[in-house]
Each structure stands twice: as structure tokens, then as C-alpha cells.
Design a protein around this ligand. Structure first.
Ligand code: NAD
Ligand code: SER
Length: 339
């Protein structure tokens, strides 16, 4: 206890895709109790005994933080609440308030809570959206992009992510005890949940549609390519970064990678298990352009070296061991998944 307040792990955006997967991963583990914040309620699946309280509300609401901070003292924060890339472009003012102002306010609150003797860890999921390749040709020719290259975001969302990365690193350098750590995530694919409002959503949408036996209308072109990571691998990477010794870190923001896949390659792979898959293409130019500027592959050497990022799934096992059995279980029942 510190000043009568209970030390906790705080997760904002906990009702989202990564939040649900992180809560699931933490259920049953040892550690401080968990307090969550989200605009939405948490799903009925529940995060287990460790979960202390959910604050349903807006991260921009000062009253919510007053209430939370008079009872709890966060020692580790996963700040996941955000408006994802495609939606952020269509609600620019709100996206700025949530993604930039909301994160900046939480960073300032964290810096106030922290002291050099009692640092507070702030873990921030950034994105490949911080990169901006100048053309499709440049993207095709590029080697896996490392952290200091092509930092020229073409979207508001990407600019907001880069701003928060830099703000966090700058406040940390002031030496007041804020311990800021960021990962730049690729497109994530979960067998359990579907994304909303992202630009990489075509891949998970297509795979889930295949399992439901529904046709899919793809909004990017066949050659559109991004790195993708299985949700459990990404969550494990985020946790490893959060829990490692600060001394082992050599940078404030790290790439987490995964197999580099085009829409055509995903369709071909999914069709092996779901031969009735029917995909039409109706290009959404804005989303297709966003993908054209994001790297097709990222170099995650630093994350592997510094905190042991070690994704379990490669291009084949992402589908054969994780996605296909998982979505079969979800939509068709256990019997088909086993078969
Ligand atoms: P998500 O959209 O599923 O979850 C975000 C959650 O934040 C939602 O539950 C939403 O209700 C909540 N939220 C939004 N605005 C809020 C507000 N004002 N106050 C309180 N809660 C609010 O997204 P996700 O995939 O779980 O992403 C989590 C984080 O990871 C985000 O910061 C996102 O930018 C980042 N990220 C995700 C991916 C990906 O592929 N999923 C890739 C890169 C980075
Ligand atoms: N997958 C995320 C999105 O498409 C990248 O941050 O928004």
C-alpha cells in the first residue's frame, strides 16, 4: 500500500481486442491486482480473480481519474485505449483528443505518481503506422524496416502514435521516475475476436468470413502486403517488454514483427482449409493507400535481443496451429477443429 492506496496494474482500453487477450493471459497469474478502464463494459468471460475493478468511462474524463487514483496506485500501466487507424482518419478531432491528448494526460499523471525510487512503468502499443514509405515501388524494394528508418507517417493515427512515443521518451529523460516502453505492433490477427476501425482488418475479416462460410469483399488490392502477428505472440511480446529489467533495454520503441503476407497469399492459404472461400475485391482507395505506405516487413532484431521477443508462429503455423483450429472451434464447434 502507498498512502492507503492499493498498488495495481492499470489497463486502459481493456475491452478491446488486445485488452481482452492480455486479461485472458494474465488471469491466474501472480502480481498486483488489475484495474481496467474502457468506454465499454468488459465481456462476460471475465479476467479472473486478479481483476479488482472496471471503470467504464472515457479516459478524457478527469472525474474518472480522480476516483480511480484516490483508491489505487498504478505501478504498471498498459495504455491500450485508442481509436484505430481507419476510424481515426474519419474522426480527426476526436482521434487527436483520444490518441494524443488522452495519452499525454495519462503520461503527465503517471509522471506525477512516479518517483525516482518508485518508478511507474508505462507500456504503450504503437504501430507500424509510424512509418511512411514514399511509394509502392519503395515499399517493394525496402528491406525489413528497422526502428529509425522511414519515420514519416502519412496518417493522423501514425503521427499521433509517433508523438506519444516521443513524448513518453522525453518525459522519461526528465528523470522523475516515469519508465516508458513502447512496441510498434504490426497487423494483429486473433482467432477469438474481430477488429474494428483498423486498416489491417482485411486479413482477420477474411479469415473469420471463411470459417463462417460467408463471401468476403476485400477493400485492398491482391498485392497489398503487411506484417501480421498472432494475437498471443503479440501479447507475450508486450508482456516481456513490460516485465524485463530496464537495464536490458537499448531503445524506447521496438518493432514486433511477424510473417509478411499479401492479401493474395492469405486467400490462397485460407482456401486450403476452406475451399469454398469466395473473395471479391472492392477497393477502398483511402485504406489501400494507407497500406501502401506501411512497411511490408519490419526488423524486430532489437526486441528479440533486448527482451526475448520470440513469436511461436511462423507463416505456416500462424494458420495451421493457431488461426484455423481457433476459428473452427469458434464457428463450427470443437469436433471439426480436432478433425
Ligand atoms: P480496439 O479498438 O479493439 O480497442 C481499443 C479500446 O479502447 C476499445 O475497447 C475502446 O472502447 C477503447 N477506447 C477508445 N476510446 C476510448 C476512450 N476515450 N476512453 C476509454 N476507452 C476508449 O483496439 P486494439 O486492437 O485492442 O488496440 C489496442 C491498442 O493497440 C491501440 O492503442 C492500438 O492503436 C494499438 N495497436 C493495435 C494494433 C492491431 O492490429 N490491433 C496494431 C498496432 C497498434
Ligand atoms: N492494425 C492497426 C490498424 O490497422 C495498426 O495500428 O489500425
Amino acid at each position: 500500500m502507498s498512502g492507503g492506496r492499493v498498488p495495481v496494474t492499470l489497463i486502459t482500453g481493456a475491452a478491446g481486442e488486445i485488452g481482452q487477450a492480455l486479461l485472458h493471459r494474465l488471469a491466474g497469474s501472480r502480481g498486483d491486482p488489475i484495474v481496467t478502464v474502457d468506454l465499454r463494459s468488459l465481456s462476460t468471460a471475465g479476467p479472473g480473480d486478479l481483476h479488482r475493478e472496471h471503470f467504464q468511462g472515457d479516459i478524457l474524463d478527469s472525474a474518472l481519474w480522480e476516483q480511480l487514483l484516490c483508491r489505487y496506485r498504478p505501478t504498471l500501466i498498459f495504455h491500450l485505449a485508442a481509436i484505430l487507424s481507419t476510424r481515426a482518419e474519419s474522426v480527426p478531432v476526436l482521434a487527436h483528443r483520444v490518441n494524443a491528448d488522452g495519452a499525454a494526460r495519462l503520461l503527465a499523471m503517471t509522471a506525477d505518481l512516479a518517483t525516482p525510487d518508485e518508478p511507474v512503468r508505462f507500456v504503450f502499443p504503437s504501430s507500424i503506422a509510424v512509418y511512411g514509405l514514399p511509394s509502392r515501388e519503395a515499399k517493394e524494394a525496402a528491406a525489413p524496416v528497422s526502428e529509425d528508418e522511414h519515420l514519416d507517417p502519412a496518417t493522423l493515427y501514425g503521427a499521433q502514435k509517433l508523438y506519444v512515443e516521443r513524448l513518453g521518451a522525453t518525459i522519461e529523460r526528465l528523470g522523475n521516475g516515469l519508465d516508458f516502453r513502447a512496441v510498434r505492433l504490426p497487423g494483429l490477427i486473433s482467432s477469438d475476436t474481430l477488429p474494428q476501425g483498423g486498416t489491417s482488418d482485411w486479413a482477420p475479416e477474411l479469415i473469420h468470413a471463411a470459417a463462417r462460410g460467408e463471401p468476403y469483399c476485400c477493400f485492398v488490392n491482391r498485392e497489398a502486403r503487411l506484417p501480421f502477428c498472432a494475437m498471443p505472440d503479440a501479447v507475450e511480446g508486450v508482456l516481456r517488454l513490460a516485465l524485463c529489467q530496464k537495464a536490458s533495454l537499448t531503445r524506447s520503441a521496438y518493432n514486433l514483427g511477424g510473417p509478411s503476407l499479401s492479401a493474395a497469399e492469405i486467400i490462397a492459404r485460407v482456401a486450403r482449409d476452406f475451399p469454398d472461400l469466395e473473395v471479391r475485391f472492392r477497393l477502398d482507395r483511402a485504406r489501400d493507400r494507407i497500406v501502401a505506405g506501411w512497411p511490408g516487413a519490419v526488423d524486430d532484431t532489437a526486441a528479440r535481443r533486448d527482451f526475448g521477443f520470440a513469436p511461436e508462429h511462423d507463416e505456416e503455423t500462424l494458420f495451421s496451429r493457431y488461426l484455423i483450429p481457433g476459428i473452427r472451434r469458434r464457428y463450427l464447434g470443437d469436433a471439426r477443429a480436432a478433425g
